[in-house]
Ligand binder design. Structure first.
Ligand code: NAP
Length: 522
């Protein structure tokens, strides 16, 4: 089967054989994807000229209802999607739920949030700006939807969540979606978009999909477009250098990789609730989606005196993680997404082991349950120990995009903050401590290097949403190496798809504009 592209209002075959989409457990080919021959300039123009005006004719409330309808279509077909997630991504049931329900949950959240914005078709900052002695002439700031396309380039690990977390915000803003999922796992994105298009719930041009390479996509964007990229720092940097992107000043948001860290407070000795919560979270982050989460914990910092206690507890927990074919009910961790990713991850583990000791797992000789190591793409849950993190480099630099984490000691708050910063900017950090003073000092100390900091103690142990889980009401993104971008965050996410314009005029005219706007601080 060759899957198609949805462009210029129709399903279009790509030319040639296309790239194979593989089952990472069996090595079986599931489908092929190709965008070759698709006229990307025409496809983008269709999104801008048809989808944009149709969406902008609707109010935020109406577009919120549209998101609700998309969500209903996807809910009807959920079982089919879980089966595809198992086949094309090697997902366990929990992995598939994070991707699929994470996507639909975000659509639901934004459909509800639209209620706050009501019948308005543009937004305004609350209040006016006085500019002269006489109050009759003043200024205000309005936000209007961009007239271009939301070009959404996604990573392979979230073919559902990545698609819908961007589409939800873009569609609510009134900007048509031009989605380009990663080729390796685009089968799920394809089926979902196909179902939504067949259901007839989106206006012509509002939802477009490329399955296969992006080819010369970047050469056709204009200054009215907004590009939201998720993927590796290398690809982000390559795209940032695109001449047309630079010349057009189109917006470019990058969510890239990062060396996320989790830290155990000095108070959390073995036996403390926070100690157990930390061990549980680190091992969960290593094994959920086989560690293929951009937010997963790669570096775990613990007080020097209890380094071996933590490692022992983690080792015991990881030993219970049955790894193999997710079709087997006992399996808790599946494979990486393909052989290429397996190779990169195993190479990364080898590089880390030059300055860290492998405690469990490693790059060699792993035998998964119910799967042939030659055909499948498994990596063992791999825990490493680095006793001199100040001198080490690779542990702060190499993102093994798989089930690997390095545990390291720290001595005091200043040392912990300095070590955290060695990641060069990350998406997420977590701190496990019952000490309020330490919690505040660390949160403030590491905030400049992180997009999100989760602070856990016993009281929120069962309530917290998880180190690696992205919640749509809070911003997602991180500084520096993590790409310097920002997504979601409730209404904050709308900012990327709107132009802020200062209007200077007679006060009563401004008042009319303000009365018809949804007042919001972005
Ligand atoms: P990748 O190789 O950088 O690819 C990301 C996307 O860029 C894919 O859709 C890819 O398409 C596309 N792409 C490649 N060359 C392009 C070009 N010239 N023009 C336009 N698009 C182009 O990343 P990946 O291997 O899919 O994902 C793994 C990485 O993503 C990890 O490093 C992870 O940390 C990061 N990630 C970050 C987040 C986050 O939210 N910050 C979330 C998930 C993953 P093809 O697939 O067709 O090559």
């Amino acid at each position: 089967m060759k899957i198609q592209n949805y462009v210029y209002g129709e399903w279009v075959d790509g030319k040639g054989d296309g790239a194979p989409l593989i089952d990472p457990v069996t090595g079986e080919e599931l489908a092929r994807a190709s965008s070759d021959g698709v006229d990307l300039a025409r496809a983008l123009d269709h999104a801008r000229s048809k989808g944009g005006p149709a969406l902008r004719a609707m109010s935020y409330g109406e577009r919120g209802a549209l998101l609700g309808k998309i969500n209903e279509v996807l809910a009807t077909n959920r079982d089919k999607y879980a089966d595809i997630a198992l086949k094309n991504s090697g997902n366990t049931k929990i992995d598939a739920a994070i991707d699929i329900d994470g996507g639909t949950g975000t659509l639901f959240f934004y459909s509800r949030l639209a209620g706050k914005l009501g019948d308005a078709k543009y937004l305004a900052d609350p209040g006016f700006e006085r500019m002269a002695k006489d109050e009759t002439f003043q200024g205000m700031h309005i936000w209007v939807p961009l007239h271009g396309a939301g070009i959404h380039i996604n990573a392979f690990n979230f073919p559902s969540w990545g698609l819908w977390e961007k589409a939800a915000v873009s569609l609510l803003a009134g900007v048509p979606v031009f989605a380009k999922p990663a080729t390796a796992t685009c089968l799920l994105s394809y089926e979902m978009v196909r179902d939504v298009i067949e259901a007839g719930v989106v206006p012509d041009g509002a939802l477009n999909l490329i399955c296969g390479g992006a080819r010369d996509l970047m050469d056709h964007l204009t200054g009215a477009d907004a590009i939201a990229f998720t993927g590796s720092a290398d690809t982000a940097n390559m795209l940032r250098g695109n001449k047309n992107l630079i010349a057009s000043s189109a917006r470019f948001n990058a969510e890239a990789d990062s060396l996320n860290m989790s830290l155990l407070g000095p108070d959390a000795k073995p036996g403390a609730a926070e100690f157990d919560l930390f061990v549980k979270e680190v091992s969960r982050e290593m094994t959920v989606k086989a560690g293929q989460k951009c937010t997963a914990i790669r570096r775990a910092f613990v007080p020097t005196g209890i380094l071996d206690d933590v490692i022992g507890a983690l080792e015991a927990r990881l030993a219970k993680t049955v790894t193999g074919d997710p079709r087997n009910e006992t399996v808790r961790m599946g494979p990486l997404v393909n052989k290429a990713q397996q190779k990169v991850a195993l190479d990364g583990i080898k590089q880390l082991s030059a300055e860290a000791t492998v405690v469990t797992g490693g790059a060699e000789g792993f035998k998964p349950v119910d799967a042939d190591p030659k055909m499948s793409a498994f990596v063992a849950p791999t825990l490493l120990k680095c006793t001199d993190p100040r001198a080490a480099k690779a542990v702060h630099d190499i993102e093994v995009f798989g089930p690997a984490c390095t545990v390291m000691p720290y001595d005091g708050t200043g040392d912990a903050i300095a070590l955290a910063s060695r990641g060069g900017g990350s998406l997420a950090a977590s701190v496990f401590t019952g000490d309020d003073g330490f919690a505040n000092d660390i949160s403030l100390g590491i905030a400049a290097d992180h997009g999100r900091v989760l602070v856990v103690d016993e009281k929120v142990g069962d309530l917290q949403t998880g180190h690696g889980i992205v919640m749509p009401m809070c911003t997602h993104g991180g500084p520096g190496r993590a790409g310097g971008g920002e997504e979601l965050g409730g209404t904050r996410g709308l900012r990327f798809y709107h132009q802020r314009t200062a209007i200077q005029a007679r006060l009563d005219r401004l008042q009319t504009l303000a009365d018809n706007a949804a007042q919001v601080t972005l």
